[in-house]
Design a protein around this ligand. Structure first.
Ligand code: NAD
Length: 437
């Protein structure tokens, strides 16, 4: 943040004294962004509670944070919470297509938070924005997919000594970081926010489930009822997507490589088959595996005319787009985020959102009420790392259980839901091996 930039007071603040360093599409979009940030805030009661507490205690005072996250209304509320806890925050995008330009503008103009992100930026700009975030010399890195950490470790080793710890938001990022730790390459402790129960059980399942369908429908205006909806991957995201697509009347088909997950899909009532079989009958395909080339040349070759293909996994490698390009004689944009590939045999295949996460490329990402929990975990994990980083090895750590439970408790309270407590007798029963014999 520019040294003379004045902080605004809480979420409702508007005063702009000095513009902080930024690269956003247009500051003229800020009015709309501010209204949308405030709208999301209403559905983030857990984060609001944390923010109020942070304002009083200032647990992040003097901490510089570089966050590489999807620049959405919900992320804006996280950034404001961290800032209100005393941190100096800079934000860049974790995907070239996921930025909401109005939100980026408002963060800069209304909240004096530096943002480097423009929706549709090319790869070079995407990485130059990550570099700008690292110029901030962060103490904490906050990642969604591990691009920030990877860039720091490969191209910006000059900033590593000052970094004390980091957090990671998504499944794919956690996998990359665990591989780094295994190879002895991780240079500081990182908390896997994705692995908190109050993150993946809700965000990945209900958030990705709903918003992926939102993205597909906004792009295509397709009727899901009666369609053959193929989902590759029956993990947390895939399960959520499958149950929502089924609820809308689709005939859901699942593909998997893990026998247990495949069995679960069968017992949940879905047809399970290989992608080679599914490719011949599907109307709409969505990949959510975190793996590469899940839909490839051999699948495009047998798809029906008019098949729609999308991805909601983290990287745009799940669909082999170069193979599709090679099979096509012509490509044109037909609607926003819909590319029509005309194949040499006359069939047409429609690729949504350039194969990038469709819920963020074509819709607004997860609803705020689910990001409330993910970002509450982020905020509390950062505080935990600031307090405890000296005692942590250079490894990937889970979110501490007390934080995970606190987030669930606060969310239930905000929903007015009361639950039972163990009686002393029940506690004793559960703790004893001799009871029940
Ligand atoms: N779109 C979003 O907003 C969003 C949100 C959360 C996570 N994600 C991303 O979605 C992806 C999936 O996340 P998750 O939490 O569901 O992971 P997960 O590990 O729970 O599930 C992934 C599943 O894909 C299966 N799989 C792997 N390779 C496959 C293949 N070739 N064919 C069929 N299935 C295959 C695995 O067996 C596993 O069951 C990750 O990249 C994650 O980062 C996206």
């Amino acid at each position: 943040m520019a040294p003379d930039a004045k902080k605004t007071e809480g979420i409702m603040g508007t005063a702009t004294v000095t513009q902080v360093p930024c690269d956003v599409k247009s500051l003229e979009l800020a009015d709309q962004g501010k209204r949308r940030i405030e709208w999301a805030n209403q559905s983030m009661p857990v984060l609001q509670t944390i923010r109020k507490d942070f304002i009083k205690r200032q647990p992040l005072k003097g901490i510089r944070i570089a966050a590489c996250l999807h620049v959405t209304t919900e992320t804006a509320n996280l950034a404001i919470t961290l800032r209100d806890g005393g941190a100096d925050v800079v934000l860049c995008a974790s995907n070239p297509l996921s930025t909401q330009d109005d939100v980026a503008a408002s963060l800069v103009r209304d909240y004096n938070i530096s943002v480097f992100a423009i929706k549709g930026e090319d790869n070079e700009t995407y990485y130059s924005h990550i570099m700008s975030a690292l110029d901030h010399k962060p103490h904490i890195t906050m990642d969604d997919g591990a691009d920030l950490v990877t860039t720091a470790f490969t191209k910006r080793t000059d900033v590593i000594d000052e970094i004390i710890a980091g957090t990671e938001e998504t499944t794919t990022g956690v996998i990359r970081l665990r591989a780094m730790a295994k190879a002895g390459e991780l240079r500081y402790p990182i908390i896997a926010v994705n692995d908190a129960d109050t993150k993946h059980m809700f965000d990945n399942r209900y958030g990705t489930g709903q918003s992926t369908i939102d993205g597909v429908i906004r792009c295509t205006n397709s009727l899901l009822a009666g369609s053959k909806f193929v989902i590759a991957g029956y993990g947390w995201c895939g399960r959520g997507l499958a149950s929502r697509a089924k609820g809308m009347g689709a005939d859901v088909i699942v593909t998997e490589i893990d026998p247990t997950k495949a069995l679960e899909a069968v017992m949940d009532g879905f047809r399970v088959m290989s992608m080679a079989e599914a490719a011949k009958i599907g109307d709409i395909f969505v990949t959510v595996t975190g793996n590469k080339n899940v839909i490839g040349k051999e699948h495009f070759e047998v798809m029906k005319n008019g098949a729609v293909v999308a991805n909601s996994g983290h990287f745009n490698v799940e669909i082999d787009i170069p193979a599709l390009e090679k099979l096509a004689s012509q490509k044109r944009a037909t609607r926003d985020f819909v590319d029509e590939y005309s194949l040499k045999d006359g069939r047409k295949i429609y690729l949504l959102g350039e194969g990038r996460l469709i819920n963020l490329a074509a819709a607004e990402g997860h609803p705020a009420s689910v990001m409330d929990m993910s970002f509450a975990n982020q905020a509390l994990s950062v505080e935990h790392l600031v307090k405890n980083h000296k005692d942590l090895d250079k490894k990937v750590f889970p979110v501490p259980l007390d934080i995970d439970k606190k987030v669930a408790k606060l969310k239930l309270e905000s929903m007015g839901v009361k639950i039972d407590r163990l009686t002393p007798e029940q506690e004793e029963y559960l703790a004893s091996w001799s009871e029940g014999t």
